[in-house]
Design a protein around this ligand. Structure first.
Ligand code: IMP
Ligand code: MG
Length: 331
């Protein structure tokens, strides 16, 4: 594995959390570096309990994994402390001393702005906090007394780990179609969400990355406003079993069938070496719980083949249910 970047191919919520938790356990992950911010929630099932993590890296499920939050991230201190408690990772988590801080005023600004409301933001204050960072008036982690025990040099630790041959995962958030540069502007988030940006936020140069794993869900979903090609009415989404609500905000997720053109775009812009296809069982119910490729019905195999043919990368992991181990591992 040595250094792998995980990123979303669509509008977030592709199931990155599940893939990260699987790899953390399977590969005995040494380091997991989270990027992005609290607008994202990664859903992880661990020991029968569901976690929707906004701050703590998904690699927490492997108890020996060092957890880091990169300098390019935005930290909401109360949420961070709450999750550290909940996941019991106090002794193995670090925050880069230059990570930005989201303050209450940022979330108030996010919610009060008619413009941001029109974009359907999560209201967590991430956009306004990034604006403040750009103005160079933002507080950073080293200015916050509660973060003192956690301060770290994430880039140095991560590069040392990579150079020492450790298993390192850089955890992206959201998806390529929400990228400030490559997404459906202006209906996007306040940062680039591509693999390159994830590396930059973590402090890892491009030559240090071995693998870029783009996560694609078997159908597409989007929360908030903005275009969604092939969007289905809610009733149809419910009938197909594709209707979801957001892990972070509880809002309805809109849904649409898988789009090969967008998948190709995500693979190109992220420089994907592999893709993971999640929630195959939601489109092909007979797949539920399958653990080997040969257990898949032929229409599901055909779908996977088509993804590989069009994107020209291997579908290395295939999700067939919510449990971390409901996965077909073809690596
Ligand atoms: P913001 O990131 O809160 O500014 O929201 C901008 C857009 O990105 C809105 O459409 C949000 O719904 C969307 N968004 C932000 N983070 C996530 C995520 O983690 N999953 C899905 N959508 C997200
Ligand atoms: Mg999510």
């Amino acid at each position: 594995m040595p250094c792998t970047v995980i990123c979303g191919g669509f509008w977030g919520d592709e199931g990155k959390g599940k893939i990260i938790s699987y790899l953390a356990i399977k590969e005995k992950l040494d380091f997991c570096v989270r990027t992005g911010s609290v607008n994202a929630a990664h859903t992880i099932w661990y020991e029968g309990k569901r976690y929707a993590l906004h701050m703590v890296p998904g690699g927490f499920v492997h108890e020996k994994c060092r957890l880091l939050i990169g300098a390019g991230s935005n930290v909401e201190v109360a949420q961070f402390l709450k999750e550290v408690e909940e996941t019991n990772v106090k002794n193995r988590i670090g925050v880069d001393s230059q990570a930005s801080i989201i303050e209450e005023k940022h979330s108030a600004q996010d919610k009060a702005s008619a413009h941001l409301k029109g974009l359907g933001t999560t209201g967590r204050g991430v956009g306004p906090a990034i604006e403040e960072r750009v103005r160079r008036t933002a507080k950073i982690a080293r200015d916050v007394p509660e973060l003192k025990p956690y301060l770290a040099d994430v880039a140095a630790e991560t590069n040392n780990a990579i150079n020492g041959g450790k298993n390192v995962l850089l955890e992206g958030t959201q998806g390529l179609m929400l990228s400030l540069f490559y997404g459906t502007y202006p209906y996007v988030t306040g940062r680039d969400t591509s693999a390159s940006a994830i590396c930059s936020e973590a402090g890892v140069g491009p030559t240090k990355v071995d693998n870029v794993l783009v996560v694609l869900k078997s159908f597409m979903t989007r929360v908030g406003t903005g275009p969604l090609p092939g969007e289905l009415p809610k009733e149809e989404a419910m009938k197909r079993g594709w209707f979801e609500t957001a892990a972070g905000t509880g809002r309805d997720r809109r849904s649409a069938p898988f789009n090969f053109e967008l998948a190709k775009k995500a693979v190109m812009l992220n420089g994907a070496t592999q893709v993971a296809v999640t929630k195959l069982d939601c489109v092909y119910p007979k797949c539920k719980g399958a653990r080997t490729y040969n257990d898949l019905p032929s229409d599901a195999k055909q779908f996977i083949n088509e993804i590989e043919k069009q994107t020209r990368v291997a579908a290395a992991l295939i999700g067939t249910g919510p449990e971390a181990l409901d996965i077909i591992d073809r690596r």
